[in-house]
Design a protein around this ligand. Sequence first.
Ligand SMILES: Nc1ncnc2c1ncn2[C@@H]1O[C@H](COP(=O)(O)OP(=O)(O)OP(=O)(O)O)[C@@H](O)[C@H]1O
Ligand SMILES: [Mg+2]
Length: 655
Amino acid sequence: MLLGLQNLTFEFGARTIVEDATWHIQPNERIGLIGYNGTGKSTLLKVLTRQYLPSKGSVEQGKETTIGFLHQDLLSFDTNDSVLQVAMGAFERVLELEKEIEALGIELERTGDESLAIEYTDKLHELEVLDGYSIHHKTEEVLQGLGFPNESLQKPYKNFSGGWRMRVLLAKMILMKPDVLLLDEPTNHLDMPSIEWLEKYLSHYQGAVVVVSHDRFFLDRMVNKIVEIYQQQMHFYTGNYTYYQQEKALRIDMQQKAFENQQDYIRQQERVVERFKAKASKAGMAQSIMKKLDKIDRIENVELERPNIKINFLIDKQPGRVLCTLKNVSKSYGDIKILENTGAEIDRGDKIALIGANGKGKSTLLRVIVGNEEHEGERIWGHNVEESFYAQHQLEALNVNNDILEEMKESRSGKTDLELRSLLGCFLFSGDDVEKKIKVLSGGEKARVALAKTIVSKANFLMLDEPTNHLDMHSVELLIEALNKYEGSIVLVSHDRYFISRIANKIWEIEDHKIVEFKGSYAEWEEWKARREAERSKALKAAEPTKAPVEKKTPVKEQAQVQQPAPNTHIDKELKKEYQKHKNRFVQLEEKIAQLSKQKIELEAAMAAPESYNNKDKFQQTETAYNKVTAELSTLNKEYEVVFEKVMELEEKGI
Ligand SMILES: Nc1ncnc2c1ncn2[C@@H]1O[C@H](COP(=O)(O)OP(=O)(O)OP(=O)(O)O)[C@@H](O)[C@H]1O
Ligand SMILES: [Mg+2]
């Protein structure tokens, strides 16, 4: 055994986290430590590393066992050293040796002392044994796997955001190769490619790994054992997450059946007692049955205890049709170009998911929309838009010395204490809980406070950066439901594919520094993307042997101006008549469309004008007119395309 708990009980004051828990971690095990938010996963890791002392029982650790523990509190570490230097800190002995060897070398040159030469070669030998010449290379490899571009490795650690710092520390930890690796929610700060890299890396790791995670995909690929903290007990499952789910359902089912059987038995015995206790001859028997019933080991009823947070996003005011328009927006950090001359529009009812790898600028774009980020170009805010922003690392933005209620008051919603308390109640902070200091809260509890703060303003436009981080799977489900009911607009950044697929009706991707919009759900987007890829490779293949495909369509306008057919061809009368008919309709349509487009722009302006909100009837009239024009335009545009094709076809025939 490397590390373990023996009949251990741990309490925070009156609150028991685990009772009489025994758990032994064996070499090379891959363990997922799971449980709802606030059940004590992070606490248990602190008990294992002896940061907290148990009230009963003991922590046992092998004599030689080394432990590495990655957790959120490490974020307070700060230094001017480069990213590479910090991660290379893993090779403390090697770095020390390098220094000693250098000093010895100088000394040796100066004195030529024989005994120094022996020491010198000894140290060189030790360096070799420790594989000291490859530490640079190894460190770079791990940092690159975790998403650091090569040129960033020399930059100072302190320039990086919390998420990236966490990655540096993770790199350092896995390079140290402790016998037991304790990782508290390592994927929270990673994007898909880095998560996949970590999965692969850890699968070859020579040591035991205990990982706390709320990511079922990660757990399924990573672990072969699940330890669940549930109702102050530890429950063990030998399998991955999917196995755990099935097995747990089975266990619950069995317990339920056993409970029902026992209840039936008890009821039947009680009836016997009831019948016989009045009869003198049978009173003794009744007595003994009663005694037996008292002694029975009662099976508990299965009550699935689930933390049901009640999220209810409400809005105060309806905004205008367009909430935010970006025009010709460009943004760079030094030489790094993020956005270049791009634009987009966020409309009422949009639920936009911003997707793509880290570093493409999702959070930057979100901050541009919020107005927290300097940039070139225009950002036009719509009318009556009341926004609320849930930032990435929002949790670190909470003031750790506040208690929960004080933190809520900082959002200046004008709500009374009573109202705030009742809102907090929906997020499972009841009674005295609201006086808990932020600093003692679990990750998920902090996320709940941050969510409550986002909600309190009744905003009609939510900007959410990684809102599912830290939340347990059940709470994510409830958040999804709430966001689907929400009547306002949303722009969100998330790496959680399940979450996005349940919420988004538009997908934004940053491609070549431009915002590329796809109108549709995530599933539709994936389909479209796959189709596009297939078409591209087909086009590429087709283009290879011959020349590039001939561009068929010429711009509409130019074609429309071709008034007369070529003169010296044979002209079929019927065809010519048909051609003229289409041609006339074509010109008509062009005029009509131009006219309606102008009307549409005017109506848009009218709807966006502040005074239009004062007169509800008028606004509705304008809106109806607007909808009508839009619908008509869409029909005409369709016809326009058909007629255009027809005209083209006839012209190709030489009319
Ligand atoms: N120092 C402390 N004093 C009092 N209560 C504490 C302290 N530290 C943690 N708690 C409480 O103990 C409970 C367990 O916290 P812990 O951080 O271990 O949960 P967790 O299982 O890691 O949750 P999450 O999934 O949200 O990370 C929480 O309700 C938390 O508020
Ligand atoms: Mg935790």
